[in-house]
Structures are given as structure tokens and as C-alpha cells.
Design a protein around this ligand. Structure first.
Ligand SMILES: Cc1ncc(COP(=O)(O)O)c(C=O)c1O
Length: 449
């Protein structure tokens, strides 16, 4: 593991702190230029080309090693190059990758059964009732898109086919991120994502996150579904308050709306419990899962309470790729590894360690204004709109990969197998990054977003 005294590559004295990255090899530049001629440029990516991964590390073309505190945006729960994962992928690939949903196979059913049997028993709400069903798709966005459609379908359960809907409004919350398809985007009330694609779908309303009073105002009899992340990821690692989720549950029951928990980022062990909602004592009517479900192979899942599933019929929704033998067999293996008390205890312990270390960081630096999170989902909010992109760049130059999130937050979502030593190393680098940023600010330079 690189330590502070062993940089991942020699510093170039011509580097003009902190923006220049003079360590990019000419061959890397050439390849990136060639690629950019053909790849649609949707992401501001650093000039690094990764060639392989192992555990919590990634390696680039120059052989530099990076501690991955990002995990492909909360996806690679088991890290990179996991042998068991690779063996299952290889075996199933040799056998049968794709079949379509026109036919049955051996893998989707037992996987769905395990998901259903693992649902928390200690939470009040639709999904705690026996008879839950699972729909497999290919991504988080697709899972939410399906959940929103199921919510709309449920909203017209008392109507005849030809009757116009009266209960079709969908409520979501500020800073939410539910995906970028037109439906999921309509529930993602951030101008940065929405404005270029206006007009969005009708029937979506938004309220401030964690605000019970405003939720009470918008959730009325016209609402068919309410979608919420128990811990917001993209929005800046913001946990919902217990009162908020409990209130949403109560209010949805009062007006007969479906409560959807989007656990695409915060679910599947990330917060130290299999599902984040078990820490709230409140169950949704629909749960959406994706990201780590097959450790990087595309998959999404929607879990429906029996009263919602009862209104979804053949032909209502579908997918070509979703629920394939490959994705569900691999997903089942990954899910079983995450759904293990030792694994989850490790996540809890590492999460506590990371959170404590980040709090110490915050106590020692005015640059960090807040630390938030649950388990291995931790956010360092920088003060006064200081741009987290600079933190991300400086940490990467020291061999640690992190990403930013909303509310000028540095987001830490490492592989769930991360060790204490690896966390300690990352925190040493963060201290250094913060001190570099403070010196830079002291020179009077502006680091604001
Ligand atoms: C909470 C949440 N919901 C939905 C999505 C969309 O998932 P995907 O990118 O797999 O479509 C994301 C992705 O970041 C997410 O964090």
C-alpha cells in the first residue's frame, strides 16, 4: 500500500499546484485523444487509463496503484477481480448467457426467493407481508422506471380500463437522484439534470427532503406513489430522519399511495444492514435495488408487496435482457455473500471506523463543515461551497480514488471488503489533501464551485 512518504509516482517539479497533472504519459494523452474522437463526451474524466483491479485497488497503464474508495459508484461491493465471482461468471458464460423472458431457467426463481426471504421482519409496511414478488431488470434507472409504472398501475386499481386516472401523482424529494430516463428523471428534481430535457412527464411533484410538514401538504388523495431514498447518495450522502420515513409510511397508508424506497445506492449491505430501511423500522410497498447486486454486471431488481403485485399482470411491463441466467446466477452468488452476518458486521465496523476518522478530520479542519452517512456510505461536506472536485483530483494524485456528490460533498463509498489499514491510509491522504487545500486558500485563491 503506498504511504504518504511513497508517492505513487514521482512529482514533477513543474507541476503548478494544484491543477496540472504533468504525470500523464504522452501515450495516455494520445489514446485519450483518439478515444474522444469516437466516444460521446458525457463525463469529465481524469487523464488516467485503468488496466486492472485487485481487491480494493485499481492499476493504471503506468502500473500506478490506486486505493478505490469509489467502487464504481457504490457497485463493486466485493472489490475487483474476486475469484469466486469470476468463476461463476466464466462457468455460466460457457453454459447460457441469455434466454429472454419467453422461457424459464434455473436461476431467477431461487434468487428471487432468497431476496424475499431476506426482507426485514421487524418493519411495518407492505413489504413485510408475505407474498412479495421480484421483477429483475438491468439497472437502477430501469428498476425505478418499473416501480413508478407499478405505482401508476396500482393507482388505477379501482378504475375500468377506459376510465381516466384520478390517482396518478408521483411525489419525490429535493436532492433525490432516481435516474435519467424520462420517468426517473421526472422524479429527480434537480435543475442540472432536468432543465436540458424539459418538458418532463406530467404528474410529478416535489417536496423538501426530511420535511414532514411539506410532505403532508403534497401527499393527498391524488397521489399514487411516493419515491424516496432512505439515505440519499448523489444528493450528498444525506440520511432520512426516522420521523420522516415513518411519516411517509403513515401518510401513504392514509391516502392509499404506494411507498417506494430507492435503495439502489444505500441498499445491499452498504449501510451495514442488508437493507437500509431495516434501521428505520418502516417497510415500503416497493423496493428498488441495483448497483452492487451482481458486483458490476448490469442488474436491477424491484421487490413488490403482495397488494401491489396483485395488480400487475402479464404484458404490463417487460424487458429483453432483465433476469437473464447470467445476471441472476451471478447476482445470487453476490447477494448471498453480502447477506452474511460476518460480512455485514465487517461493513458496520469499517463504516464506524471511517466515520470516526472523518469526524476527527472535520474537527481538525475548518474546511470540512459536516460528516454524514451510515455504514460505508460517508460524505465529507466542504465548507462555503468549496468545490469537492479539487479534493477528488488531489486525492487521486496521491493514489486514492473518491468522487463528489451534491451539496459540495466528497463521497466515500468503497468496496465493502475494505480493511481498517486501507481506511487509515485513505484518511492520511485526506489530511494531506485538506492541508494542501487550506494552504492554497491561504494564498487568497478561490476554490469555490
Ligand atoms: C439512488 C439511485 N437511484 C437510481 C440510480 C440510477 O441507477 P443506474 O445508474 O444504475 O441507472 C442511482 C445511480 O446513481 C442512484 O444512486
Amino acid at each position: 500500500m503506498p504511504s504518504k512518504s511513497e508517492p505513487t509516482s514521482p512529482a514533477d517539479p513543474s507541476d503548478e499546484f494544484p491543477f496540472a497533472d504533468a504525470r500523464v504519459a504522452p501515450s495516455t494523452h494520445a489514446q485519450l485523444q483518439r478515444d474522444s474522437k469516437y466516444l460521446l463526451q458525457l463525463y469529465a474524466r481524469p487523464d488516467v487509463i485503468f488496466t486492472r483491479g485487485e481487491g480494493c485497488y485499481l492499476y493504471d497503464t503506468a502500473g500506478r496503484r490506486f486505493l478505490d474508495m469509489n467502487a464504481g459508484i457504490a457497485v463493486n461491493a466485493l472489490g475487483h477481480g474476486d475469484k469466486e465471482f469470476a468463476n461463476v461468471v466464466a462457468e455460466q458464460t460457457r453454459n447460457m448467457v441469455h434466454l429472454s423472458n419467453l422461457y424459464h431457467h434455473d436461476y431467477a426463481g431461487p434468487f428471487a426467493e432468497d431476496i424475499v426471504k431476506s426482507l426485514p421482519k421487524n418493519c411495518e409496511g407492505g413489504l413485510s407481508k408475505e407474498g412479495q414478488k421480484v421483477f429483475f431488470c438491468n439497472s437502477g434507472t430501469e428498476a425505478n422506471e418499473a416501480a413508478l409504472k407499478f405505482g401508476r398501475k396500482y393507482g388505477r386499481k379501482d378504475l375500468k380500463k377506459s376510465e381516466a386516472p384520478t390517482k396518478s401523482t408521483i411525489v419525490s424529494f429535493s436532492n433525490a437522484f432516481h435516474g435519467r430516463s424520462m420517468g426517473a428523471l421526472s422524479a429527480t428534481p434537480s435543475p442540472k439534470y432536468q432543465t436540458p430535457f424539459m418538458p418532463l412527464l406530467p404528474g410529478f411533484v416535489h417536496a423538501p427532503y426530511n420535511d414532514l410538514e411539506r410532505a403532508a401538504q403534497v401527499i393527498d388523495d391524488s397521489v399514487c406513489a411516493v419515491i424516496v431514498e432512505p439515505v440519499q447518495g448523489e444528493g450528498g450522502i444525506i440520511p432520512a430522519s426516522k420521523e420522516f420515513l415513518q411519516y411517509l409510511r403513515k401518510r401513504c397508508d392514509e391516502v392509499g399511495a404506494v411507498l417506494i424506497f430507492d435503495e439502489i445506492q444505500c441498499g445491499l449491505g452498504r449501510t451495514g444492514t442488508l437493507f437500509a430501511y431495516e434501521q428505520y423500522g418502516v417497510a415500503p410497498d416497493i423496493l428498488t435495488l441495483a448497483k452492487p447486486l451482481a458486483n458490476g454486471l448490469p442488474i436491477g431488481a424491484v421487490v413488490l408487496a403482495p397488494h401491489v403485485a396483485a395488480h400487475i399482470h402479464p404484458g404490463d411491463h417487460g424487458t429483453t435482457f432483465g433476469g437473464s441466467p447470467l445476471a441472476t446466477r451471478v447476482g445470487h452468488t453476490v447477494f448471498s455473500r453480502i447477506n452474511n452476518p460476518h460480512f455485514l458486521t465487517h461493513v458496520k465496523e469499517m463504516g464506524q471506523h471511517l466515520y470516526t476518522a472523518c469526524n476527527e478530520l472535520a474537527n481538525n479542519s475548518p474546511l470540512v463543515s459536516a460528516v454524514r452517512g451510515k455504514g460505508l456510505m460517508v460524505g465529507l461536506q466542504l465548507r462555503d461551497s468549496v468545490d469537492p472536485a479539487l479534493f477528488v483530483d488531489l486525492a487521486r494524485e496521491q493514489g486514492v480514488l473518491v468522487i463528489s456528490a451534491g451539496n459540495n460533498t466528497v463521497r466515500l463509498v468503497p468496496p465493502l471488503i475494505i480493511t481498517k489499514e486501507q481506511i487509515d491510509h485513505a484518511v492520511v491522504v485526506f489530511e494531506d489533501v485538506i492541508s494542501d487545500m487550506e494552504s492554497y486558500i491561504a494564498t487568497g485563491k478561490d476554490l469555490k464551485v
